[in-house]
Design a protein around this ligand. Structure first.
Ligand SMILES: NC(=O)c1ccc[n+]([C@@H]2O[C@H](COP(=O)([O-])OP(=O)(O)OC[C@H]3O[C@@H](n4cnc5c(N)ncnc54)[C@H](OP(=O)(O)O)[C@@H]3O)[C@@H](O)[C@H]2O)c1
Length: 266
């Protein structure tokens, strides 16, 4: 049997980092090489737990023996060192850090000339498939009204969700238009009838809803409803580990959920 791949998790003490560690503990192809946190972390030096005897949370990359892959869920603060260290060690990089600006995206492109790089702002495989199904339906039914409804927990600060906007962009692209030109984000008062080609958004906020997205394609006397519901944040960690598994077999380059789901034959 071939040796297991050595993985470093950046942002290991966080919500996503912990979910990734839990999955790695049982993964048949992966072995945890190191769990990284910030230099000011309250977790520094703390043992990882019984699944990894002898391993502690650390911030210093020097002295790490060879590793094959970095999974980064540290946010913008740790993103740069994750890319630098992955590139320096010739390791593949999976990053789920969101809110990357143009410079950070350019840094990923640059690193992708030497190593395999996978970035996704949403690692849910189900959402990736929903996007594909929606694009297919929007293209096939260009005259049907399209509405996207999303629901999230009461603490969410932005609206519509980044995923709802990404779904809108996929549908608009499939119809050969730009989302900015057709999106309607609010309807209130006497806003007049719906115009042709609009993509409307509606937002629900409440309780602890993890994340729900529904696309309604509404025709003259019939409609299609495509929906995805996330029950648990672990789906994002599972998607990242699946992406890591897939990425370990790819050549250097830039990859995302589109390439992953395309390769799964969908
Ligand atoms: N792509 C997706 O599907 C997806 C899903 C959910 C979340 N996210 C994104 O993933 C990121 C993390 O989310 P989260 O909810 O897990 O956040 P979180 O709970 O705040 O965890 C982030 C962790 O990163 C660590 N960190 C901060 N600076 C670091 C540095 N310089 N080096 C190493 N580690 C550092 C922090 O640990 P210490 O304080 O202990 O250092 C913190 O615990 C965010 O960007 C979030 O938007 C993406």
């Amino acid at each position: 049997m071939s040796e297991r791949l050595r993985i470093v998790v950046q942002g290991a003490s966080g919500r996503m980092g912990q979910a990734v560690l839990a999955l790695l503990a049982e993964h048949p192809r992966f072995q945890l090489a190191a769990a990284m946190v910030s230099t000011t972390s309250s977790s520094l030096g703390r043992p990882l737990g019984p699944a990894w005897p002898g391993l502690v949370y650390r911030a210093d990359w020097s002295g790490l023996s060879a590793f094959d892959l970095v999974i980064d869920f540290s946010g913008p603060a740790g993103f740069e060192s994750a890319v630098n260290e992955a590139e320096r060690h010739g390791a593949a990089l999976v990053t789920g850090t969101t809110g990357l600006d143009a410079a950070a995206q350019a840094r990923l492109d640059q690193a992708a000339q030497r190593i395999a790089v996978f970035h996704a702002a949403n690692f849910s495989l189900g959402v990736a498939i929903l996007g594909r199904l929606l694009a297919q339906a929007a293209r096939a039914l260009p005259d049907w009204d399209l509405e996207i409804v999303e629901a999230h927990h009461r603490r969410k600060e932005d609206a519509p969700s980044g995923t709802a906007l990404a779904l809108g962009r996929q549908a608009a692209h499939a119809r050969g238009v730009k989302l900015d030109e057709v999106a309607v984000y609010a309807r209130e008062g006497r806003c007049g009838p719906r115009t042709d080609g609009e993509i409307g958004f509606a937002v629900v906020r409440g309780g602890g809803i993890v994340g729900e997205h529904q696309a309604l394609l509404i025709g003259p006397a019939e409609r299609i409803e495509l929906a995805h519901r996330a029950d648990d944040r672990s789906i994002f960690a599972r998607g990242a580990v699946t992406a890591a598994d897939w990425l370990s077999l790819q050549a250097p380059g830039r990859y995302g959920m589109e390439e992953l789901v395309a390769d799964r034959g969908t």
